[in-house]
Ligand binder design. Structure first.
Ligand code: MRU
Length: 370
């Protein structure tokens, strides 16, 4: 994606050294644009865990590259399958909620079976990791094209008045490879000249909305306003939101969606105010084995320090400051589950469907586990 004069992807192989994977350091955005080099499975694990990269599709892509880097740690004495299965288990344990991580890691692991020598296994792993990036890029583009139809329809209904879209957290290109999931229809509508405006939830505790989504939208020239997480209900009551589009970290085959903490409250408010609530997601975020999000999706709990402090920019430096009494306890649930009954529809790479087992099955019959 374009930022100023530069064209960025979120993850790529170093063109001068194929043993190095590079990423944008999202911990520093929007204050500084910096890149990090990942040279080992441990580097990938740490980058995902510390959220130097984040967002379900990007976590998946990084997991894929992590498996490739695992193959570079092998030599002729290595017990190949022990080594790769351990690396896969280790990477998958890093952030449990995003379905894409296991999807991508398993895909690269499986592709490695085609190699007979260490070199061949590495080559297969690399081409599989690169393919995952291409798949996710195309998935996002398709999500954009399908979601665009919804925005076009609203724009016609509003007779060209700006369409107001509310989004939560960052399901933009920074969370993916390009375009984003929730933002893909927004970028496409903006490029087509459809007047729109985005309400950006700041998204505590790490403020991915205020820091990342606002930055992305600003770079693309999309009109937007950052709001505190609690403002959405008020705006919906006053007819200032025409639709909600959020991303998704793991969906069930029945249409429940896990997304950044706070998403459920937006869905409740949308339901109460008849505001359409869509989740945009590639099929790599659907866990076709799950039938009930509330009881079956593992919600990651993160370090409470993310709640008791905020990170910002002052005096030319990125700083973290405490915002509460020193001894107060804090809890940091990373995600919540929005039940299918509150979701108007799923915007996927294959089209838009209702959040129901039948509709998901019709769209993804090839992936359905009986
Ligand atoms: O904890 P994060 O930043 O990895 O959370 C991911 C998100 O930003 C969202 O939940 C997003 O909507 C899903 S990923 C496209």
């Amino acid at each position: 994606m374009k930022s100023g004069k530069s064209n960025y992807r979120t993850i790529w192989l170093d063109e001068n050294d194929p043993s190095v994977v590079k990423i944008i350091d999202q911990e520093k955005l929007p204050f500084l644009i910096d890149t990090i080099e990942l040279r080992s499975v441990d580097d990938v694990y740490a980058a995902i865990e510390d959220m130097k990269l984040r967002g379900a599709p990007l976590i998946g892509a990084a997991g894929g590259f992590g498996m490739y880097l695992a193959t570079l740690e092998m030599n002729s004495q290595t017990e190949v399958w022990d080594h790769l299965s351990n690396a896969a288990r280790y990477l998958k344990s890093c952030r449990p909620t995003a379905a894409n991580l296991a999807w991508a890691v398993d895909r690269v692991l499986e592709s490695s079976r085609h190699g007979h020598s260490v070199k061949e296994i590495s080559e297969s792993a690399l081409s599989s990791a690169l393919e995952i990036c291409e798949i996710e890029k195309e998935n996002s583009r398709q999500i954009g094209l399908h979601g665009l139809r919804l925005i076009e329809k609203l724009s016609i209904e509003k007779k060209g008045e700006p369409v107001n879209i509310l989004t939560h957290c960052n399901a933009g290109w920074l969370a993916c490879i390009e375009y984003g999931t929730a933002t893909a229809p927004i970028y496409m509508a903006h490029e087509k000249g459809i007047p729109l405006h985005v309400w950006v939830d700041e998204t505590r505790p790490r403020n991915q909305g205020a820091r990342l989504t606002a930055w992305e939208l600003g770079q693309a020239g999309v009109p937007h306003t950052i709001i505190p997480d609690n403002a959405g209900g008020h705006l919906m009551q006053h007819k200032k939101v025409d639709m909600v589009i959020v991303g998704c970290d793991r969906a069930t085959r029945t249409g429940d969606i896990a997304n950044k903490i706070g998403t459920y409250l937006k869905a409740l408010a949308a339901f109460d105010n008849n505001v359409p609530f869509y989740a945009a997601l590639p099929s790599s975020s659907i866990d076709f084995a799950l039938t009930d999000g509330l009881s079956q999706i593992v919600v990651e709990e993160r370090n409470p320090d993310e709640v008791t402090s905020v990170t910002g920019y002052a005096d030319g430096m990125i700083r973290q400051v405490r915002i509460c009494p020193e001894n107060s306890r804090a809890a940091n649930f990373g995600f919540d589950v929005t039940p299918a009954r509150l979701v108007t529809g799923l915007i996927t790479e294959k089209g838009i469907c209702r959040a129901s087992e039948n509709d998901i099955k019709e769209m993804f019959s090839d992936k359905f586990i009986k």
